[in-house]
Design a binder for this molecule. Structure first.
Ligand SMILES: NC(=O)c1ccc[n+]([C@@H]2O[C@H](COP(=O)([O-])OP(=O)(O)OC[C@H]3O[C@@H](n4cnc5c(N)ncnc54)[C@H](O)[C@@H]3O)[C@@H](O)[C@H]2O)c1
Length: 297
């Protein structure tokens, strides 16, 4: 029997790559979004996740007409993957970004836990590290950015993601469910590697995100590994590729743009400053889409 995955925000930039990845890996995927994802095999339901009633309904109703035929009623989900959000500041007013992201996450996690789903994966963000949307220049506390960092963003989006991690942790504490928060780096779709030469020419462009990136398809692998790894309770994982999105060594970038930020350990020449060590060691992540496969330098 295929695992049944309920996915939110599948029509978005990340979801439209992650959902097909999961379907190819053998899952059934049902997408909840304000707009449908037009992709083979996925079923869609138009849902506003800020409305708790809609979210509970979506988790307890048939997915499509075929579901009526087997006569077994509504089958439970094996996992919920929650990506739906306002994905940065300056799209909506700050309070609306905060409301949609925090209430949406509360509603999705609450309904999933209370309906007995034992694996939930939520999209957090590298912006929790506090520099991406900061006022003026702000130093990170230290490099590399590991998951035990004291996150303290000053913007409504980053703050919403910190709160979402707390929501995830609270529900994991009470229920014993596995809830994994992914601090996703800058998502790169296949066509976006064309922008990399411009980034290399001016590394300052990606300074605020510490030159992190995650290939959208490698993000699919990470979600798949999270679905397959049980028993970890509440976890935070950085979701990033192995190296910086620059052709300048990591230490050189840090020395040039963050001269006052200390390193807590030795790192490889181009190793990512948003560290993916934990997903490699705990989940067995092996990147398949190094930018060097797509960009000539
Ligand atoms: N893109 C990045 O670089 C990046 C980096 C770090 C974290 N993230 C996080 O990853 C997730 C996916 O990001 P993305 O870039 O695909 O964003 P996106 O904006 O492209 O997609 C988000 C999806 O959520 C849906 N959505 C928004 N509000 C909704 C609501 N009230 N009800 C139902 N659906 C709603 C949108 O319709 C959209 O399809 C988000 O949680 C985002 O915060 C993204």
């Amino acid at each position: 029997m295929k695992k049944r995955i309920l996915f939110t925000g599948g029509a978005g930039k990340a979801g439209r790559h992650v959902v097909p990845w999961l379907i190819n890996a053998g899952y059934e995927v049902h997408n909840l979004d304000l707009t449908p994802l037009d992709s083979p095999g996925v079923t869609n339901l138009i849902v506003d996740i800020t409305d708790s009633g809609q979210v509970y309904n979506a988790l307890t109703m048939h997915r499509d007409f075929a579901d009526l035929d087997h006569g077994r009623g509504v089958e439970p989900y094996d996992a919920v993957v929650h990506f739906a959000a306002i994905p940065r500041i300056l799209i909506k007013p700050d309070n609306e970004t905060f409301r949609v992201n925090t209430m949406g996450t509360y509603n999705v996690v609450e309904a999933a836990v209370k309906l007995g789903v034992r694996k939930i994966i939520v999209a957090s963000s590298e912006t929790t590290y506090g520099v991406c949307f900061a006022e003026g220049h702000r130093d990170f506390h230290q490099f590399p950015l590991d998951e035990d960092y004291d996150v303290n963003p000053m913007d409504s989006y980053g703050l919403s993601k910190v709160l979402n991690e707390k929501t995830a942790r609270a529900f994991a504490e009470r229920s014993g469910a596995d809830i994994y928060a992914l601090r996703i780096g800058n998502v790169i779709e296949p066509h976006e590697y064309a922008d990399f030469p411009r980034y290399f020419a001016d590394p300052e462009i990606r300074k605020r995100i510490a030159w992190s990136y995650i290939d959208a398809r490698d993000l699919g692998q990470i979600v798949h590994l999270c679905i397959g790894k049980d028993g970890l309770g509440y976890q935070v994982f950085n979701a990033a590729n192995d190296t910086v999105s620059a052709n300048t060594p990591s230490r050189e970038l840090a020395a040039r743009y963050y001269p006052n930020v200390p390193f807590t350990r030795e790192i490889g020449e181009f190793e990512g400053l948003l560290s993916n060590r934990k997903i490699r060691e705990v989940l067995g992540f092996k990147e398949e889409h190094d930018w060097r496969n797509y960009v000539t330098v």
